[in-house]
Design a protein around this ligand. Sequence first.
Ligand SMILES: Cc1ncc(COP(=O)(O)O)c(C=O)c1O
Length: 364
Amino acid sequence: MIYTTRPSLPEYEDYCNLLRDLWDSRCVTNNGKFLLQFEDRLKDYLRVSNLISTNNGTNALMIALELLEMDEGDEVITTPFTFVATVSSIVWQRYRPVFADIDPHTFNISPESINEKISDRSKAILPVHVFGNPCDVESIDEIGKEHSLKIIYDASHTFGVRLLDKELYAYGNVSTLSFHATKVFHTIEGGAIIGPEKNLIDRARMISIFGMNDDDDRTINEVGINAKMNEFQAIMGLLNLKDLHERHSHREDLYNRYLNELNGLGLQFQQLSPDLLEYNYIYFPILLRDVKETEFLIEELKKAEILPKRYFYPLISDMEPFRIFYSDTPVASSVSKRIVCLPLHGSLSLEDQSKVIEIIRCNL
Ligand SMILES: Cc1ncc(COP(=O)(O)O)c(C=O)c1O
C-alpha cells in the first residue's frame, strides 16, 4: 500500500536509550526533564519566545479559545474547509462558528468573505493556514483591528513554515500547532500554543495544568484542563527535531517532482503565498475538474494500492453535528468535492511516487 502520510520515526535504539533514563528516574510526566529540553529546542527551532507544548493540537485550540474570554453564543468566524477539530473546539466551548468562504487558489479563508460575515456578535476569527500555506495575515490583521476581533490561527500544518518579513506566529493573538503522527514533525500526539504576548501564553500553561501554577498544586487560579505533554512524547519530539533537514529536502524533491510531472494535465495546484521564505511541503493537493473525474481517479489509484486522501471532504458545515451552523460557501463547497491529497511523506520512495504519477497520467 502507498499511503498519503506516514509517521517518520527515529532510530529504535535512540528512542530506547532515552527511555532507559526515564525508567531509572520514574519521572514519566508532569514537566519532566525531557519536556523542558524539548520546549527549549522547539522555541529555538521555531524562533519564538512564548510557547507551551500540549498533549495534542485539539486541546491547544480549546485552550486558545478559552484564553479569549468570550461569552456563550459569541460568534467565531472560521473556514468550513478544515479538519473537524478546528470547528468542534469552537462548538465544544459553546461559541458559534460562522463559516466564511475560501479563496479558490490558496484554499485559505477569504478576507472579503470574513468581512461579509461580521455581525454584532462576532468576537473572533479562527483562520487555518491550510496545508501549511500562510493565510493573508496582513488583511486578516487589519480586519481584526478594525472590528476589535481576536484572532486565533489554527497553524496545525505550519511546522517549519516561515515568512519573508515577519515570523508567522507574530500574527494573531495565538497560534496553535499539531504534532500528530501524520504531520511533518510529530510527538506521536502533541501540539503547541504560541503567541506574541507572554502573559497570554503563561495563562495558557496554567490552564493546561488544571489551572495551577507550575510550582504550587494547592492553589487553583481558574478552571483548567489537563493538556500536558508527557515524557514519551517529548522524547519522540527531541529525536524527531534532529534529522528534520534531510526529511525536509526529500519532501521538497517529491513536491517539485509532482509539480513537474503532473503539469499540463488540466489539474489545479495550490497557490502558495508569495511571502514565503520557507515552506514545509506537508501535503500535495491536486484539484480536479469535477466530482466524476475526482471519484474516478481515486478508484483507479486504489486499484493500484495507492490510498490518496480527500482532505478536506466533506466540508465541516455539511457534517451532521455542524449542519445547524450551515452557511453557503460556494467556493469551499466546490474545492472540497474536487480535492485529493497525493502521497507525500519522508519515507516515500521515488519509485512509489512514479507509480502514483503514472496512474494519474494514464487516467486524465
Ligand atoms: C487543521 C487541523 N486542526 C486541528 C487538528 C487537530 O490536531 P490533533 O490531531 O493534534 O488534535 C488537525 C490535525 O489533525 C488539523 O489538521
